[in-house]
Write a protein that binds this ligand. Structure first.
Ligand SMILES: [Zn+2]
Length: 200
């Protein structure tokens, strides 16, 4: 297992973040040694308060410096607004390193680093009521034993199931209706699913 410092050095050697073609390779997640690396880019103003978590206090924007190092610990439901339309629960810790631009409209860059999942470690795609935080639906994927290359297909299937059944989207606790889920990659979504990206 590499230390984070070793990994950061390796990133520096293996990814030229000033080269758009290089960065494009990391739009999803790419395996680098024992780790997975993703690169996200969007306007600085969109990255300031975009990452939500669910904890004992309900849905929160964690208190942190929006730019810098941040860890989402394994098992914590997290959602990035307008980027992916579900709550992701990863058995593996995720490290976010975000570097903002000078102005709100300048592009910010976020590196997402995590260890490659081991057998038995899962990814979950979940939806919680936006009013009362009751769990509406959770799709569990055995990423560790099946390999990370199956992740995006599982994401797609989870979203398809949630969107195909209106009873899953209606909260049994308070009756609130949840917007459609949507996939990270825009070209995999229907027009209605892409419209949901603008909502949450
Ligand atoms: Zn509810």
């Amino acid at each position: 297992m590499q230390s984070l410092a070793e990994l950061a050095l390796k990133m520096h050697e293996s990814v030229d973040l000033t080269d758009e073609r290089e960065v494009k390779k990391f739009i999803g997640f790419t395996q680098v040694g024992e780790n997975l690396i993703g690169v996200r880019r969007r306007a600085t103003r969109l990255m300031e308060e975009d990452a939500l978590e669910i904890g004992p206090g309900g849905i929160v924007t964690p208190r942190r410096d929006p730019f810098g190092l941040y860890i989402i610990y394994g098992g914590t439901p997290h959602h990035t607004c307008n980027l992916f339309g579900y709550w992701h629960i990863n058995d593996v810790d995720e490290v976010y390193i975000t570097v903002g631009g000078k102005n709100p409209d300048d592009e910010a860059t976020r590196l997402i680093l995590m260890r490659y999942p081991k057998s038995g470690e899962r990814d979950m795609f979940a939806w919680y009521c936006r009013e009362c935080v009751a769990l509406l639906h959770c799709f569990v994927h055995e990423t560790g034993s099946l390999g990370f290359e199956t992740f995006w297909k599982a994401e797609s299937e989870a979203v398809r199931i949630f969107n195909s059944d209106a009873t899953l989207r209606r909260c049994k606790n308070c009756g609130a209706e949840h917007p459609l889920g949507y996939r990270f990659m825009a070209n995999k979504n229907s027009v209605e699913e892409e419209a949901a990206r603008r909502i949450w």
